[in-house]
Design a protein around this ligand. Structure first.
Ligand SMILES: NC(=O)c1ccc[n+]([C@@H]2O[C@H](COP(=O)([O-])OP(=O)(O)OC[C@H]3O[C@@H](n4cnc5c(N)ncnc54)[C@H](OP(=O)(O)O)[C@@H]3O)[C@@H](O)[C@H]2O)c1
Length: 334
């Protein structure tokens, strides 16, 4: 099967400092260059996707753009020796949905090397329930374990716990046997967080409070931090001797006000997590773990919400307002 003459897509088009967003019809010739063409089955909505659809988001590098930094579907044309026609594969990161048309369209074409076959045990929908957010949670846990963390070391704090990265981190750490403490600003989501494996809840008020002292009581063996800003400073003040904070995000801000004391008195490490340019071997290994020992609790039941291409718009606004819960998958095809 090849690409039909026309197909449906959600487009973001920059015009006079504004961004028009909505459904459009694309033609086969609108697909970018690449060795692998896919019929998209599922995509997802990430915080970065929401930024790609607003004027000040500083994410979109082409216009018009098909957003969607994640996609999963069937390979329908391929000159990549590693990926045969008929394979179900996933793509996250690189320039997808940023400088190259992404997953919010019925068809996508990507360069060789961007697409990975789905790991055994994950459907296209489950892979997109995880998506970039889940992959980032997996990378964070892997980095903390490479640093020496193991279950039994004590509580692990997850910041922004009800969001995409946070929810998967809570569910995956719980599945792997860790005692997870979930920090959230959403008083109404405590039951949800407990249902996916949170042992205890910490308020966002506490984790973003102004520092009274450069070091506080050592509470965590490690921390998964997709929030940044004041929350990273909190994590550094409260993580225990020899521990680590894996920082991946900036929902609370990009600047970091801290001191060197956690590093020179507690031997703490701040680990940087990037999902966009992660090497292929790391990608394969982490996706295999997400399908296996890190498969999050609540993957199908609690974490996933589903919309189709026409239902994306309200999800973007909720994400930008910090109000999204769990992960939103986008059903694009069947
Ligand atoms: N490094 C990478 O490769 C990579 C990959 C994926 C994502 N990211 C980044 O990671 C961050 C999270 O992404 P996501 O997809 O999980 O987004 P998300 O679903 O919007 O989750 C973010 C969560 O952060 C919390 N939050 C929101 N505003 C906050 C504030 N002002 N102060 C403290 N906490 C706040 C909220 O959780 P609670 O209500 O539970 O507190 C929110 O649900 C984003 O900055 C994203 O760009 C980076």
């Amino acid at each position: 099967m090849s690409v039909p003459d026309s197909f449906r897509a959600f487009l973001a088009t920059q015009r006079d400092g504004e961004v028009d967003r909505g459904m459009a019809t694309l033609e086969a010739g609108d697909l970018p260059d690449g060795e692998v063409t896919m019929r998209v089955q599922y995509s997802s909505v990430n915080y970065k996707d929401a930024l790609a659809t607003i004027p000040k988001g500083q994410i979109a590098r082409i216009s018009p753009l098909v957003p969607g930094i994640d996609l999963a579907g069937e390979v329908v044309e391929s000159s990549d020796d590693a990926l045969a026609v008929g394979t179900t594969a996933l793509v996250t990161g690189y320039d997808l949905g940023v400088a190259h048309h992404g997953g919010w369209a019925q068809y996508a074409r990507v360069p060789a090397g961007w697409a990975l076959p789905l790991p055994d045990g994950l459907s296209a929908r489950q892979a997109m329930t995880l998506g970039t957010a889940g992959f980032t949670a997996g990378l964070s846990i892997q980095a903390l374990e490479d640093h020496g963390l193991s279950p039994g070391d004590g509580p692990v704090l997850v910041l922004g716990a009800s969001g995409g990265v946070g929810s998967v981190a809570v569910g995956a750490l719980a599945a792997a046997g860790y005692e997870v403490w979930a920090a959230t600003g959403k008083a109404g989501e405590h039951d949800y967080l407990r249902s996916i494996g949170a042992h205890e809840i910490v308020s966002r008020e506490e984790t973003t409070a102004e520092a009274k002292r450069p070091l506080e009581r050592q509470r965590w063996a490690a921390c998964v931090d997709p929030v940044g800003g004041a929350a990273t400073a909190y994590a550094l003040r409260t993580t225990g001797y020899g521990g680590a904070v894996a920082v991946s995000g900036l929902t609370a801000g990009a600047s970091l006000k801290t001191t060197v004391l956690p590093f020179i008195l507690r031997s703490l490490s701040l680990l940087g997590i990037d999902s966009v340019a992660a090497p292929a071997e790391r990608r394969r290994a982490v996706w295999a773990r997400l399908a296996g020992d890190l498969r999050p609790r609540g993957l199908d039941e609690s974490i996933a919400r589903e919309v189709d291409l026409d239902g994306i718009e309200p999800v973007l606004d909720a994400l930008l307002a910090g109000g999204a819960v769990g992960r939103t998958v986008v059903r694009v095809g069947d």
